[in-house]
Write a protein that binds this ligand. Structure first.
Ligand SMILES: Cc1cc2nc3c(=O)[nH]c(=O)nc-3n(C[C@H](O)[C@H](O)[C@H](O)COP(=O)(O)OP(=O)(O)OC[C@H]3O[C@@H](n4cnc5c(N)ncnc54)[C@H](O)[C@@H]3O)c2cc1C
Length: 319
């Protein structure tokens, strides 16, 4: 993980609270102890329910069917990252392979490469990712690699590039907040596979990334989105930011159809209204569902992104 830069004492309370939540998210002990704790576990599970489809693949299949019935495409991720044990990375890969077999048509699969071996060795990640690429190709699904902290970006892009030599359905995620992304996009636009554009969720130093509050981040996102749209490349505009959604939609001419190379994608529990609005304009839409027992980091990151969600979490915990 990159170093988390402490927010100064005079930073807004919401910025400092978000930083605390992100630090809690990265605490390896809390990740395992809170969900199991007799006192904290039950309310924490209630909070997670809003953002996580469930702990099992069967839960994800059931939730995916509901999203498909609502007219959206689905992406499914099995939660986990930074797996530092080769045998465990192999076992986790099997879960993804099972998902590739069992998810309904219309579901793509996303993954952190560090979940299936990148934290051990790049070749191991490539070997496991190749198996998953074969399985998703055989079942007619897309596979999209997630973006991780900037210290892993080179390795993630190298594995993606290697997969693209054999497959044309393997996409990758890029972070608008990283200064390097404009240049990375030039290379990625020459490769097949969907390019998912996100703001970026990791703590990064200002030398590498725009701060979330920096208006330059929205400008960077829009510039990347315009390049993707104008190139006609398969892509995903993955954001819940209403202003950005509005401006990307305007760039696309305010409408799309099922054959459009782009789609709008939001995370479970965060954007049903945004997806409905984009679908009403004819744009392809996708909901990103996560499942698994390693939901602690994921849920803390979602809460850190918007103070209103912390209040919602209190209500959810008490329900
Ligand atoms: C489908 C999908 C896949 C993703 N995959 C990855 C990935 O692989 N790697 C990765 O790093 N990240 C990923 N993300 C997360 C992403 O990087 C962002 O962290 C997350 O989506 C939040 O940014 P946003 O663009 O949705 O908008 P936000 O910045 O959350 O904006 C949404 C709303 O939050 C409010 N808001 C904005 N800024 C603030 C603030 N400072 N304080 C309080 N409220 C504020 C505003 O009301 C705004 O309209 C993914 C996101 C999606 C949707």
């Amino acid at each position: 993980m990159p170093e988390t830069l402490p927010a100064p004492d005079d930073a807004p309370l919401t910025t400092r609270a978000a930083e605390v939540l992100r630090r809690l998210a990265l605490d390896e002990d809390l990740k395992w102890s809170v969900p199991e704790d007799p006192l904290l576990g039950p309310p924490a599970h209630k909070v997670a329910r809003r953002y996580v489809a469930g702990e099992t693949l069967a839960d994800a299949v059931e939730r995916a069917r509901r999203t498909l019935d609502a007219g959206h495409r689905v992406n499914v991720e099995y939660l986990g990252e930074s797996c530092r044990d080769a045998r465990r990375a192999a076992a986790e890969t099997e879960v993804f392979l099972e998902a590739a077999r069992l998810l309904p048509p219309g579901c793509s699969i996303s993954l952190d490469l560090s979940h299936i071996g990148l934290a051990v060795d790049e070749d191991l990640a490539l070997a496991h990712a190749s198996r998953l690429a074969r399985a998703t190709a055989d079942t007619g699904r897309e596979m999209v690699i997630s973006a991780e902290g900037s210290e892993r970006t080179d390795a993630v892009l190298a594995v993606h590039r290697a997969l693209c030599a054999e497959f044309d359905h393997v996409g990758v995620t890029v972070q608008a907040r990283l200064h390097r992304t404009a240049e990375d996009l030039s290379a990625l636009l020459a490769l097949p596979g969907r390019i998912r554009l996100v703001k970026g969720a990791f703590a990064e130093p200002p030398s590498l990334a725009y701060a979330r509050e920096d208006p330059a981040l929205a400008r960077a996102y829009l510039a990347c989105a315009a390049r993707l749209a104008d190139a006609g490349h398969r892509c995903s505009f993955a954001t819940h930011d209403r202003d950005l959604l509005h401006r990307v939609d305007r760039h696309l001419g305010g409408r799309g159809d099922e054959g459009s190379p782009w789609e709008f994608e939001t995370l479970l529990g965060l954007g049903p209204d945004r997806l409905a609005a984009m679908a009403a304009k004819g744009h392809p839409t996708r909901e990103y569902l996560v499942f698994g027992t390693e939901w602690w980091l994921y849920v803390c990151n979602r809460l850190a992104e918007d103070p209103a969600r912390v209040l919602q979490a209190l209500v959810d915990a008490a329900s």
